[in-house]
Ligand binder design. Structure first.
Ligand code: NAP
Length: 253
């Protein structure tokens, strides 16, 4: 189905910062109405405010993506205020560093809940809207680390590997219903999350040494992830599903 003049309503989780913010702004420029969801309500409100000020349609939604009841309430509000949701970007996540032996059970559970279980929770809440019109786009943000790996982030990478597998499983189930499901695996992107990790000197070597070795030797920009999300959400990507698109400066070479 060509979407033509259909108003696309997008839900972007973690939309208050970094890639989620850039994707929310990009989607609004593409003419979509956007639900900017974040655990940081002020950040979500600021992004939705920018969209509205520039003539777009957006609402901010404060919710923890790992909390089923909060997500259900946010999704209902978005549906009531802007319409059925047809584009979903599961982007919210947290990262943590530490030697494998020092990972606590609480920390393992929190990472899995926010980074992986959330994809199940949010997608299940949104899916009926897509199934009702036999059209939908689901984009899950994983990480190049799930493909390459590195020390001291094994729980984070395990959660992101799960996101890639869940993407493929969902794609297999939903393709015949007109819904595509893809993952974007960002490389080292210049966002508050990565700036925090660089500032705390969490990497075994200097950040420049890591991204300087990539074929494109620089940090990626959040807008470059947003551009990939916009493509996967477009009619041009209708025959692309179950894929993991690396937007990583060639890091996986
Ligand atoms: P970011 O700047 O930290 O933005 C993530 C947003 O999600 C923040 O506003 C954060 O709020 C929010 N959030 C955290 N936990 C949440 C929860 N439980 N419920 C709802 N919102 C929550 O991160 P980013 O760098 O843009 O990352 C976006 C995605 O790319 C993530 O999935 C990340 O794992 C992935 N990624 C990032 C990089 C990179 O180099 N930056 C590389 C590979 C993959 P708080 O700030 O209050 O926590």
């Amino acid at each position: 189905m060509e979407t033509g003049k259909m108003l696309k309503v997008a839900l972007v989780t973690g939309g208050g910062s970094g890639m989620g913010e850039a994707t929310s702004l990009r989607f609004a420029r593409e003419g979509m109405a956007v639900g900017v969801l974040d655990i940081n309500g002020e950040a979500a409100a600021a992004v939705a405010g920018v969209i509205r000020k520039t003539g777009g349609r957006a609402i901010d939604l404060r919710a923890d993506v790992s909390d089923k009841a909060q997500v259900a309430a946010a999704v209902s509000r978005l549906r009531e205020e802007l319409g059925p949701i047809t584009v979903l970007v599961n982007n919210a996540a947290i990262e943590e560093f530490g030697a494998f032996n020092e990972i606590t059970e609480d920390s393992w559970d929190r990472l899995m809940d926010v980074n992986l279980k959330s994809v199940y929770i949010v997608t299940q809440a949104v899916l009926p809207d897509m199934e009702a019109i036999s059209w939908g786009r689901i984009i899950n943000i994983s990480s190049y680390g799930a493909q390459l790996s590195a020390p001291y982030m094994s729980h984070y990478f395990a959660s992101k590997g799960g996101v890639i597998s869940l993407t493929r499983g969902l794609a297999a189930e939903l393709g015949a219903k007109g819904i595509t499901v893809n993952s974007i695996s960002p490389g080292f992107i210049d966002t508050p999350m990565s700036r925090r990790a660089i500032g705390e000197e969490q990497f075994p070597v200097a950040a420049e040494t890591i991204y300087g070795a990539y074929p494109i030797p620089r940090l990626g920009k959040p807008e470059e992830i947003a551009a990939a999300c916009a493509f996967l959400a477009s009619d041009d990507a209708a025959y692309i599903t179950a894929q993991t698109l690396g937007v990583n400066g060639g890091a996986t070479v």
